[in-house]
Write a protein that binds this ligand. Structure first.
Ligand code: FPP
Length: 247
């Protein structure tokens, strides 16, 4: 208990929840079972993150590239998100969790769009952990949309090109107002970012765990947080230790 209270906790944890399909295949089950079990892991992880003192938890639920999957699987993933919001919104709200959705909503069906909006609006004044759900999200797409917004501002005479810097672009991203992730976790043993928070994760610590997402328990999450606390983050500078030795 005391170690949990005193260690450095990342303010923002982002997770690529990978391996649902392989988890199901390994049990001779359809891939959809893996996604359903994955939702249970989502619930446990949200709870564990809040208890650990994480301020922002971002979950990659559906990428802009996931449209390449079979229609039945896409429908299952959309159905699971809808069911999650319908069933869990009241509990999340009661727990003081604020919900933010990132990703392109323009091409989403009206029922999904209004449900996402309802989740955000219901929880907008909550002051507990922010749960960011990346849905129909892709980093390159997000950055391109941000660039288009800046270009529109320039065209309308509201912005001079010389004023465009990293901070201005940052403010046009879906994640505006959300601090950069300190820690990005990917389950299932794959070691890549797959178009997830490419801009925002510039200085994030990356952790790859071999377990499939449905097997990612709160105890495993805790061990990743423990490893994070032992990392030396330098942000392009020198570590405190190196400065002390060199001076
Ligand atoms: C990757 O596993 C996982 C996904 C593409 C979707 C993750 C979605 C959920 C856990 C459920 C819905 C989310 C919420 C927030 C309610 P994969 O299918 O790529 O696995 P594989 O690499 O083993 O095939």
């Amino acid at each position: 208990m005391s170690t949990v209270q005193h260690r450095i906790v990342p303010q923002h944890v982002a997770i690529i929840m990978d391996g649902n399909g392989r988890w199901a295949n390994a049990r001779g089950l359809p891939r959809t079972f893996g996604h359903r079990k994955g939702v249970e892991t989502v619930r446990e992880t949200v709870k564990a993150a809040g208890e650990a003192g994480v301020g922002f938890l971002t979950l990659f639920a559906f990428s802009s590239e996931n449209w390449r999957r079979p229609e039945a699987e896409i429908n299952e993933l959309f159905g699971l998100l809808k069911a999650f919001i319908r069933r869990d919104l009241a509990d999340l709200h009661r727990a003081g969790i604020r919900i933010r959705i990132i990703g392109d909503r323009v091409n989403l069906r009206d029922d999904i769009r209004s449900l996402l909006l309802e989740a955000e609006e219901t929880t907008t004044n909550n002051t507990g952990m922010t749960l960011v759900i990346a849905f129909n999200y892709g980093s390159r797409d997000e950055i391109a949309r941000a660039a288009a917004r800046l270009a529109a501002d320039v065209q309308a005479g509201r912005l001079d090109p010389s004023q465009i810097d990293a901070s201005k672009l940052n403010d046009c991203l879906d994640t505006a107002g959300i601090p950069d992730p300190d820690l990005v976790i990917r389950t299932s043993g794959e070691e890549r970012l797959s178009n997830f928070l490419l801009w925002q994760a510039a200085y994030a610590e990356l952790m790859f765990v071999p377990d499939f997402w449905p097997d990612f328990t709160p105890a495993l999450f805790d061990s990743v947080l423990e490893r994070y606390a032992a990392r030396d983050r330098r942000f392009g500078g020198l570590s405190a230790k190196a400065v002390a030795v060199g001076s």
